[in-house]
Design a protein around this ligand. Structure first.
Ligand code: PGA
Length: 271
């Protein structure tokens, strides 16, 4: 992991934990404290591998206070944001508020938002722009459902989500972006796409970004895989050339499992 022949290791790996609607504000703090201790005890080097958690909105103030107070190297983000900045949008959360709470990232277009809340690529593109307006890095989630995969149309389907999601971004914004490829059929199902599947899609996304912006920009964007990632499967996926991190749901709610994923470098070459 020390040489860089293809640019992969110039991109700092990102291990992201999506808590979804789990862990209330008290549980969230306890959990994050334990995670930080576990990583410290294991001697985790945050400068090598970045760790971000995505708690529910109601946890964010407590998470911010803990991270600041204890000087933790973990960063955090929101699970969604409004495309608007303020106003009469009951129940929505502005990117401005997330930014004030110290969020680094914000998820945009998680498949549960696309499906349950019928969020379209157009709305998600507005959310991506809203994130940049407030200095948040969007983690744009894309990926195909089972039928699309079975029809062999997964690459084109996912690239279309990418094209629509990044429309109107300039090169500097695009270079900062994080894109998470999460095949819907693999989320919370125990089905993990193979390392080859993750690599195939991430390479296609990177090439598409190279075409939309330029090759240098495409080479800077961090691409994550998500969908039933566990400690046992993380290293083999993260070894792939175009995969720069993982977005973890279920396994991010277990301290030792998630800490083990964060420390995937230890398992490289052994799994
Ligand atoms: P999972 O969720 O790891 O539980 O499959 C991933 C996600 O939805 O981001």
């Amino acid at each position: 992991m020390t040489t860089s022949t293809n640019g992969k290791f110039d991109r700092r790996p990102l291990i992201a934990g999506n808590w979804k609607m789990n862990l209330d504000h008290v549980q969230g703090i306890t959990f994050l404290q334990k995670l930080a201790w576990t990583l410290d005890d294991a001697g985790h080097d945050h400068s090598r591998v970045e760790v971000s958690v995505f708690p529910p909105f109601t946890d964010l103030r407590g998470v911010q206070t803990l991270v600041k107070g204890d000087d933790l190297s973990v960063v955090f983000g929101g699970q969604d944001l409004s495309p608007k900045d303020s106003g009469a949008y009951t129940g929505d959360i502005s990117g401005q508020f997330l930014s004030r709470l110290g969020c680094t990232y914000v998820l945009v277009g998680h498949s549960e938002r696309r499906t349950i809340h019928q969020e379209t690529d157009e709305v998600l593109n507005e959310k991506v722009h809203a994130a940049y307006r407030h200095s948040l890095v969007p983690v744009l989630c894309v990926g195909e459902g089972l039928e699309v995969r079975q029809a062999g149309a997964h690459v084109e389907h996912t690239l279309e989500q990418v094209r629509r999601g990044v429309a109107g971004l300039d090169r500097a914004q695009a270079a900062d972006l994080v894109i998470a490829y999460e095949p819907v059929w693999a989320i919370g199902t125990g089905e993990v796409a193979g390392p080859d599947d993750a690599q195939e899609m991430c390479a296609a996304i990177r090439a598409e970004l190279g075409t939309l912006f330029d090759t240098e920009t495409g080479a800077k964007v961090r691409l994550l895989y998500g969908g039933s990632v566990k400690a046992a499967s993380a290293a083999s996926i993260l070894r792939e050339r175009d995969v720069d991190g993982v977005l973890v749901g279920g396994a991010s709610l277990d301290v030792s499992e998630f800490a083990s994923i964060v420390r995937f470098e230890q398992h490289l070459g052994t799994d």
